[in-house]
Every structure is written in structure tokens, then in C-alpha cells.
Design a binder for this molecule. Structure first.
Ligand SMILES: NC(=O)c1ccc[n+]([C@@H]2O[C@H](COP(=O)([O-])OP(=O)(O)OC[C@H]3O[C@@H](n4cnc5c(N)ncnc54)[C@H](O)[C@@H]3O)[C@@H](O)[C@H]2O)c1
Length: 272
């Protein structure tokens, strides 16, 4: 049983989807959670649900790309418990397009939300974690940072940058008791991708790859990511830092061919 009692967590993009799943899980494990999002009403509704379940929740509705957002979120957390122990940079956006389809504004906005905002939030929060000698930073990336998927230009680049930032935080603050890890989700059913998934032909090559051609079939759920976050946030994970954990049903790290009449696996047998 992971025990996060006495810990305060900040979760960005917590109004819905994976972020809401993470906030709920950390609160269930005993943490006080500061849920932040740019969407005011869904954030308030989600927080009200969790409070009804007896959880300790504070909300701050803010656009992470505004100057000073990091400090405002830190102040909100400090007002409930004087500190932040766990930072989960989950908020993210994805705009599709190839090089020539991307405008400067779309590129800059993607980098601002997916990479600059986590940097600024970590800069506001991590030094105080280090001063207290305990902290957990968990950044949510994507399998697309590790494998090329067509039309993911700025998203993939921003998430790869986030993974590098995570390793740097791990290197710089590990000696002070702060760990930093990245979780790279595979396809998880959330508002971000529900429309995309529903509009696809289930037999299209892309859907066969992301949904079916992997050891664990189907899509993931926000809870799958939340479970990994809760573990990395725990005391038990003290010796795990600088890691990239795929929670993707085994997609990225296997070349998987489903069983079928002509899909016998290769067997390398000794000649003699
Ligand atoms: N769903 C997936 O299959 C999947 C796969 C890989 C990675 N991810 C990553 O997981 C994270 C969560 O994805 P999701 O599917 O839950 O997405 P989502 O769109 O359902 O939720 C993202 C949340 O971030 C918030 N947000 C966006 N821009 C913001 C800003 N400027 N300021 C404050 N809040 C902002 C949104 O309002 C939203 O509530 C993202 O970083 C995403 O890239 C998701």
C-alpha cells in the first residue's frame, strides 16, 4: 500500500483525462493535491467530486503559459501545507502537422505548454524540495518522443525535450533527495484523443499498430498512468531517478506480431 499521507502534490492539467486520474489516485493514497488547469468549470467539478469522497483538494485555474504561473501555483500549494513534495507535469497539447503545415505560433505554443511550462514550474518548486531533502518530479511525456509517428512534429520534439529536462533535474537534485522521472504513455482513452480514436477505421494500419499490435491489447486508461505516478511518488521509489517508463501496453519495446496462420515467431535453433 503506497502511503502518501502528509505529502502535498501539484498536478497540472488535472481537470480531466490522465491528470484527473493522477490527482484522484494521489489523493486516495493520502496526499493533499493542488489540481491546476486552464479549464475553470471542469476543474471545479472534478475537485468537488473528490472533496465529496473526503479528499484534500485545492484548485488553481491558470494558463500555464502565463508569466508567473509557476509562482502562483507554488503559493497555492504553500497556503495549504507550506510545501510541495510531489510535482506532476501532466498538462500537454498536441497539434498535428508536417513541417510546412506548422506555423511559428503553433510551434511556439506547443513548446510553451509541453516544455517551457514544466521547466518554469520545476524552477519554482524543486529548489525548495531540495532544501527540505525530499521531492518527486514526475513528467508526462509520450511514446511519440521515442518513435516517429507521422505529423507529430512539434509534439514529439517538445516531449523529447521534456524527457531530457527530467534527466537534468534528476542529475542536479538527486544528491538533495529529489528524484525525477518521466512516464511515457501509449494510447490512453481521454478527451485529448477520443475524437481521433473514434474517427479512425478500426482496421486502418495506424489503429492496428497502436491498439492491436502490441502484447497488451486495447487502449490504456488514465488509471494505468496514475498507478505508475503513485509508485514513483512514493518513498519506496527512492532509488529510481532519471528513468523513462513506458506505460504503453508494451508497444514501443516490442516488435509484436499477433498470432495468426502465417505469423509463427522466428526460432533460432542450434544447428547440431
Ligand atoms: N491520451 C493519450 O493517449 C496520451 C498519450 C501520450 C501522452 N499523453 C500526454 O498525457 C498528458 C495528458 O493527456 P490527456 O490525454 O489527459 O489530455 P487532455 O486534453 O484530456 O487533458 C490535458 C489537460 O491539460 C490542460 N491544459 C492544456 N493546456 C493548458 C495550459 N496552457 N494551461 C493549463 N492547463 C492546460 C487541458 O485543459 C486539459 O485539461 C499530456 O501531456 C499528453 O501529451 C497522452
Amino acid at each position: 500500500m503506497i502511503d502518501l499521507a502528509g505529502r502535498t502534490a501539484v498536478v497540472t492539467g488535472a481537470a480531466r483525462g490522465i491528470g484527473l486520474g493522477i490527482a484522484r489516485r494521489l489523493a486516495e493514497q493520502g496526499a493533499s493535491v493542488v489540481m491546476t488547469d486552464v479549464l475553470q468549470d471542469p476543474l471545479d467539478e472534478a475537485a468537488a467530486d473528490l472533496r465529496r469522497e473526503g479528499r484534500s483538494i485545492k484548485t488553481i485555474s491558470i494558463d500555464l503559459t502565463t508569466t508567473g504561473a509557476g509562482q502562483q501555483i507554488l503559493d497555492a500549494a504553500v497556503s495549504i501545507s507550506g510545501k510541495v513534495d510531489i510535482l506532476v507535469n501532466n498538462a500537454g497539447i498536441g497539434i498535428s502537422g508536417t513541417l510546412e503545415e506548422f506555423t511559428d505560433e503553433q510551434w511556439d505554443h506547443t513548446i510553451a505548454v509541453n516544455l517551457t511550462a514544466p521547466f518554469r514550474l520545476a524552477r519554482a518548486i524543486v529548489p525548495a524540495m531540495a532544501a527540505r531533502g525530499w521531492g518527486r518530479v514526475i513528467n508526462i511525456s509520450s511514446m511519440n518522443a521515442s518513435m516517429g509517428m507521422r505529423g507529430d512534429t512539434a509534439y514529439a520534439a517538445s516531449k523529447a525535450g521534456l524527457e531530457a529536462l527530467t534527466r537534468e533535474i534528476a542529475a542536479d537534485y538527486g544528491a538533495s533527495g529529489v528524484t525525477a522521472n518521466t512516464i511515457a504513455p501509449g494510447t490512453i482513452e481521454t478527451p485529448l484523443n477520443r475524437d481521433i480514436l473514434e474517427s479512425q477505421d478500426p482496421d486502418s494500419p495506424m489503429m492496428r499498430i497502436v491498439v492491436h499490435n502490441k502484447p497488451i491489447l486495447g487502449n490504456g486508461r488514465p488509471d494505468d498512468i496514475a498507478a505508475a505516478v503513485a509508485f514513483l511518488a512514493s518513498e519506496e521509489a527512492r532509488f529510481i531517478s532519471g528513468q523513462l517508463l513506458f506505460v504503453d501496453g508494451g508497444l514501443v519495446n516490442t516488435r509484436f506480431v499477433p498470432d495468426g496462420p502465417n505469423t509463427k515467431p522466428f526460432r533460432y535453433l542450434p544447428k547440431n
